[in-house]
Design a protein. Structure first.
Length: 224
């Protein structure tokens, strides 16, 4: 056993980090995202994260520096996943109305299916986006989201379908409608009941969120 293995008591058979360091980092990030989403930055414990990974606490520090470095990397991965999903929609080849519809549907579905993403963003807002501001990667990956909306809006205007809309504001509306559906689910359902969070209720909300965004953007209301 090499020096590192002797000091940590971990071997390649448990962690596999020697053979697959990328896979081990991905495993650490996935476990850490769940822990940070559940307990926040201050409440998450590195011992708990290490115990649930295929690695060791020492290797987590080796890859990510410290708990704040790991948290920042989790933030970056959370945003990268949603933007990668948008890229896979291949919206450039769709007519602008259909492209915008698909993007809104994807955002609503992604947020609904990935509540840890919403919780991580909420936690970062508690920290006043301090760790996000330290990451050029987060700024770069999210700039692509605005460029995509700029292209859809431009094509919609050129086709005579869209009015002039600020892409950043449009992104705000899409995000806000999809985000609230998850972030306030517990309190909203506690006060008003959970009918909107049944499968049928979610499908109805999804359709209406799309309609709200299209009515905001289109010169003529959908179906008119």
């Amino acid at each position: 056993m090499d020096g590192l293995g002797e000091r940590t008591g971990k071997t390649a058979t448990r962690g596999g980090w020697k053979q697959d360091p990328a896979g081990v980092r991905a495993n650490i990030i996935a476990v850490a995202m769940a822990e940070f989403a559940r307990n926040g930055l201050s409440g998450a414990r590195m011992d708990e994260i290490a115990a649930k990974t295929r690695s060791s606490k020492r290797m987590i520090y080796y890859y990510f520096g410290d708990k704040e470095g790991l948290y920042r990397r989790v933030l970056e991965e959370a945003y990268r996943k949603v933007r990668d999903g948008e890229q896979e929609l291949d919206l450039d080849h769709l007519p602008p109305v259909e492209a915008l519809r698909r993007l809104v549907e994807f955002t609503f579905d992604h947020h609904s299916q990935h509540p840890d993403f919403i919780r991580i963003v909420m936690i970062e807002n508690v920290h006043h986006a301090a760790y996000m501001k330290q990451s050029a990667a987060i700024r770069d990956v999210n700039a692509g989201a605005i460029r995509k909306l700029e292209d859809i809006c431009r094509r919609g205007r050129e086709a005579g379908l869209f009015r002039v809309v600020d892409p950043v504001e449009l992104h705000w509306h899409i995000s806000a409608l999809s985000f609230f559906n998850v972030s306030n689910r517990a309190t909203f359902s506690g006060i008003f009941g959970d009918a909107l969070f049944s499968p049928e209720g979610q499908e109805l909300l999804r359709e209406h969120v799309v309609e709200i965004v299209l009515r905001y953007v289109l010169k003529t209301a959908p179906g008119a």
